[in-house]
Design a protein around this ligand. Structure first.
Ligand SMILES: O=P(O)(O)OC[C@H]1O[C@H](OP(=O)(O)OP(=O)(O)O)[C@H](O)[C@@H]1O
Ligand code: HPA
Ligand SMILES: [Mg+2]
Length: 182
C-alpha cells in the first residue's frame, strides 16, 4: 500500500541495517570504558535509536527530546522549539545525540549548544542520514554518519511527510504529486 506512493527507493532495508551495524561498532570502539547517554530526537530518530543501541556494546542509558522546526511542509521554519525536554541530568555525561537526518543543521546546532551549556562532559552527534547540500549551519559536522543523501525530500525509517511514512522499512523519495499540492 505505502509502496504505491514511493517514486524511488534510495536506501534499502539491508543497506540501512549494514550502516547501523557499522556505526554501532565504531561507537563501541570509540567509547571503550565509558558509559553513554544516548539522546534521541523525537520523533524522527525513534526508529534509528532503537536499532542502533542494540549494536552498541557498552553501558547505555537512553532519553528523548522533542524539538521541532518543521511544520507540515518540507521546508524548515528556521526556529527550533522544545516540545519535550530530557528527564535525565546532563552534567558530566558523555552524550551521543542520535538523529535520523541532518538537513540545514539547525536542530542539531540548537541541541548540541544546549547540552554543552548544561555541562555535558562530551557531546557527539550520530545521524543515519546527512544531506550536506542543504546545510545552513556550515560548522555543524556530525561525528558519525551512516549515509549521505542527495537534496531530495526523503521518507521512511522514521522520516515523515506530514507525519506519515515513518513506518516504511526503507528510505525513499515520494512521488512529487503527493507533496506538490500539500
Ligand atoms: O537539520 P534540520 O534542518 O534541522 O532538519 C533535521 C530535523 O528535521 C526533522 O525533524 P522534524 O523537526 O521535522 O520533526 P520530527 O523528527 O518529529 O519529524 C528531522 O527528524 C531532524 O530532526
Ligand atoms: O528529507 C527529509 N525528510 C523528512 N524530514 C526531513 N527533515 C529534514 N529533512 C527531511
Ligand atoms: Mg526530527
Amino acid at each position: 500500500m505505502l509502496e504505491q506512493d514511493i517514486q524511488e527507493v534510495l536506501v534499502t532495508r539491508e543497506e540501512i541495517a549494514e550502516a547501523v551495524r557499522k556505526l554501532g561498532q565504531q561507537i563501541t570502539q570509540d567509547y571503550q570504558g565509558k558509559e553513554l547517554l544516548v539522546v534521541g530526537v523525537l520523533r524522527g530518530a525513534a526508529i534509528f535509536l532503537t536499532d542502533i543501541i542494540r549494536e552498541i556494546d557498552l553501558y547505555v542509558e537512553i532519553d528523548f527530546m522533542d524539538v521541532s522546526s518543521y511544520g507540515a511542509g518540507t521546508e524548515s521554519s528556521g526556529e527550533v522549539k522544545i516540545i519535550k525536554d530530557l528527564d535525565t541530568k546532563v552534567e558530566g555525561r558523555n552524550i551521543l545525540v542520535v538523529e535520523d537526518i541532518i538537513d540545514t543543521g539547525r536542530t542539531l546546532r540548537y541541541l548540541v549548544d544546549l547540552l554543552k551549556y548544561r555541562k555535558a562532559n562530551s557531546v557527539k552527534v550520530c545521524a543515519l542520514l546527512d544531506k550536506p547540500e542543504r546545510r545552513v549551519i556550515k560548522d555543524l559536522v556530525p561525528d558519525y554518519v551512516g549515509l549521505e543523501v542527495p537534496d531530495e525530500f526523503v521518507v521512511g525509517y522514521g522520516l515523515d511527510f506530514d507525519q506519515k511514512y515513518r513506518n516504511l522499512p526503507y528510505i525513499g523519495v515520494l512521488k512529487p504529486e503527493l507533496y506538490e499540492n500539500a
